[in-house]
Every structure is written in structure tokens, then in C-alpha cells.
Design a protein around this ligand. Structure first.
Ligand SMILES: NC(=O)c1ccc[n+]([C@@H]2O[C@H](COP(=O)([O-])OP(=O)(O)OC[C@H]3O[C@@H](n4cnc5c(N)ncnc54)[C@H](O)[C@@H]3O)[C@@H](O)[C@H]2O)c1
Length: 361
């Protein structure tokens, strides 16, 4: 009884962790969606027996009925990626296998029915990503700090895709809010398969915020994606698309901090997108790096430069730029989700096929 009392105090995530661990060897269980797994937990909460669940899901749930007795085990959390890495690379034969397992032919993703979470989804590229992903048959969670713009977009998109789109107020500088956006999306849309880490600030005067949104926000999104999508954590796998910029190929001399955040995003993409991580988590990671839009070029540049004296540099940085259209970037991004190998970053210029950026020789 003592252990049952303790079970009641666990969070849903902890209960799900126990369920995933208990059922790790059950082949059919692995094919269930997160929603179905959560449904099993809800049914257990209501006191339904393993037999009823056998019928509902066709999986051998005889062990599930014991879950409430095994709370003592939750303290032993799953091994960390660093531990797994050291284990895997102690033996060179395993290392070769890990690399052989990675197969770019598998990188063709059918988007119909997939759930996409888009940060900074209320305006700019993010807005267009939501529109394009809905056209592809995805369900979309618009996540943005700007609730007015988010609600307006939800209202507009709901006319065509009523039960396939939601809005979650979310500040990517706040881990808890970002986590809640994942949880709300999972409970309302049935899971998360695609995370578009797009929220961004381009203003070197607000450089600390810029780093917190453009870089730390992307890191938070990646960590949450691994937590909720990672196959090693009982998730379905999927893809993360990070918002980079063309300044990874031609640094904006006028915006050194912005350039640094976007270069870091490309480096993060390369590292987390490596076959080692993909084999571990089943989550591919790519980055889209567009050239500036007309709107970005037209605004008063001085307001976003660290010093008014950098205006000449801004003119040099952007003088020859052909502005890119949001719709074109969104279509290219969707194409890359389907085909791009994990770890790659892609320069998107108007009316041109995306070009891969080589960061490291
Ligand atoms: N527009 C360009 O010219 C350009 C060029 C190259 C790269 N990019 C990159 O493309 C992506 C989108 O840029 P954009 O031009 O569409 O930006 P935008 O400024 O038009 O939109 C950014 C969105 O992010 C939201 N946002 C800002 N801070 C947030 C936070 N803390 N939490 C959640 N949401 C937040 C904003 O409310 C807004 O809806 C960014 O990664 C950007 O760096 C843009």
C-alpha cells in the first residue's frame, strides 16, 4: 500500500517513464503512439485491469498491472547519453555499427498526419511555416510569445483546419513554458513529430536577450525534443529544424552577436545531427539559413545595431542581397524536412534550390 500511495505522488512523466521501461521489450508496445501510451496510463489510473488493456491495444500487458508496485525503481533514471557514448565507443566494433546504421535513404518523411510545433509561429517565416505544414496535412501547434498575433493566426487558420491547429503562448527563454507547450501539444494534437526552432530576435542592442532566444532557446527546444520525441526515452523519433541565417556563410559585420548566435545554431545542428545522436534518439536535426526578407531589409537598421556607426557596415552586409520571400522559404523548408540528411544546414536564397553550408572541413 505504501508503494501505491507513493505512485499517486508521481508526475505523469515519471509514470510514463516506468511504463516505457517495463514495456521496453514488448514489440507491439513500441509501435503505440504517445497518445495511446498516455491512454493506457489513464486507464490504469481508473483501475482497469491489464486484461482490458490487452484487448484495447493488442499488447501483452500482464506486466503493466505490476507498475504501481515498482515505484522504487524510478530513482534509477535511464543512463545519460554521455554514459552510453563511453560504453559504445569503448568497443570499436560497436562504433562502426553505429555509423553503418545511419542511412540517408531513410530520410524521406511523409508529413501527412504528423504534428509540428513551431516556435515564433505567429509571424514572419514561422507563420508561413505553419501555413505550409497545414497544406501538407500536418497538425500544427503555433507557439509564440505574442499571444495577440498567435490568436489571430489561429482564428484565420482554423477556418480551413479547425481541429488540426492550436495556439500555445510560449516564451522560449522560459524552459517551463516551453515544456508546457510540448505537453499541451501532445495532449491536444496527440504527439509531436516535428519541432521548428524558429523564434528569433535580431537586435544586437538587446544582445543578452538575443543570445537567450536565438541560441539558448534553440538548445531548450532541442533538449525538450529529445525528451519528448527521443526513442531512447520511449518517444516516436522525428525531426528538429533550427532557424539559422545566411550570415553563417557571410558574417554580418554590422551584427556580430546575431551572427555568432546563428553560427552557433549551425554548429549545434552539425553536432546534434550527427549519426551518433540520430541512432540514439531517432531525431534528425537540420537547419534552414535564409537570406533576409524585404521586411528585414526595409526596417530602420540603426535600431538593431549596437552602434549607429555600424550603419555603413549594415549597408555593405545587405547591399547586394536579393530579398527572399517567406512563402519560398517555407516551401524549401518543407522539402528539406522530407529529404535533408541530419546534421546539414541549408542556405536558402530566392528562387534557388537550397545549398548545403559546409561549416567544418
Ligand atoms: N527575416 C529575415 O530577414 C531573416 C533572415 C535570416 C534568418 N532569419 C531567421 O528566420 C527565423 C524567423 O525570422 P523572422 O524574420 O520570421 O522573424 P520575425 O521577427 O518576423 O518573427 C519572429 C517571431 O518570433 C517570436 N518570438 C520572439 N521572441 C520570442 C520568444 N522569446 N519566445 C517565443 N517566440 C518569440 C515573435 O513574436 C515573432 O512572432 C529566425 O530564426 C531568424 O533569425 C530571418
Amino acid at each position: 500500500m505504501a508503494s501505491k500511495r507513493k505512485y499517486k505522488t508521481l508526475t505523469l512523466k515519471e509514470k510514463l517513464d516506468i511504463l516505457n521501461r517495463k514495456m521496453a521489450s514488448k514489440r507491439k508496445y513500441k509501435t503505440l503512439t504517445l497518445k495511446e501510451k498516455l491512454d493506457i496510463l489513464n486507464r490504469l489510473e481508473r483501475g482497469e485491469s491489464g486484461k482490458v488493456l490487452d484487448i484495447a491495444y493488442g499488447v501483452d500487458t500482464s506486466t503493466i498491472s505490476d507498475i504501481k508496485k515498482c515505484t522504487g525503481r524510478i530513482k534509477s533514471s535511464p543512463p545519460s547519453p554521455a554514459y552510453l557514448y563511453s560504453r559504445r565507443y569503448r568497443n570499436s566494433a560497436v562504433k562502426t555499427k553505429a555509423i553503418k546504421n545511419y542511412n540517408t535513404d531513410k530520410n524521406t518523411m511523409d508529413l501527412k498526419g504528423k504534428v509540428a510545433l513551431v516556435t515564433g509561429g505567429a509571424s514572419g517565416y514561422g507563420r508561413e511555416y505553419c501555413v505550409e505544414l497545414l497544406k501538407q496535412g500536418c497538425k500544427v501547434s503555433i507557439c509564440d510569445i505574442n499571444s495577440d498575433a498567435g490568436e489571430d493566426l489561429l482564428h484565420e487558420l482554423s477556418k480551413q483546419a479547425q481541429d488540426r491547429v492550436i495556439f500555445c503562448p510560449c516564451d522560449v527563454t522560459d524552459y517551463q513554458q516551453y515544456e508546457e507547450a510540448f505537453q499541451t501539444t501532445i495532449s491536444k494534437l496527440g504527439g509531436v513529430d516535428i519541432v521548428i526552432n524558429n523564434a528569433s530576435v535580431m537586435n544586437d542592442r538587446l544582445w543578452e536577450l538575443e543570445v537567450d532566444v536565438n541560441l539558448n532557446g534553440v538548445i531548450r527546444g532541442l533538449l525538450l525534443a529529445f525528451r519528448f520525441l527521443g526513442r531512447d526515452r520511449g518517444g516516436p523519433g522525428g525531426i528538429v529544424v533550427n532557424g539559422g541565417s545566411s550570415c553563417s556563410t557571410h558574417p554580418f559585420v554590422s551584427l556580430p552577436v546575431f551572427t555568432a548566435t546563428k553560427h552557433a545554431v549551425a554548429a549545434l545542428t552539425r553536432s546534434y545531427g550527427d549519426p551518433y545522436h540520430v541512432n540514439l534518439t531517432g531525431v534528425r536535426v537540420i537547419a534552414v539559413c535564409p537570406t533576409p526578407t524585404e521586411t528585414a531589409l526595409q526596417g530602420d537598421a540603426r535600431k538593431r545595431l549596437m552602434s549607429g556607426e555600424y550603419e555603413q557596415a549594415w549597408k555593405r552586409d545587405t547591399g547586394n542581397t536579393v530579398p527572399v520571400k517567406n512563402e519560398f522559404v517555407a516551401k524549401s523548408m518543407v522539402d528539406l524536412i522530407k529529404k535533408a540528411p541530419s546534421g546539414s544546414s541549408w542556405l536558402i536564397e530566392n528562387s534557388q534550390a537550397p545549398k548545403e553550408i559546409t561549416l567544418f572541413p
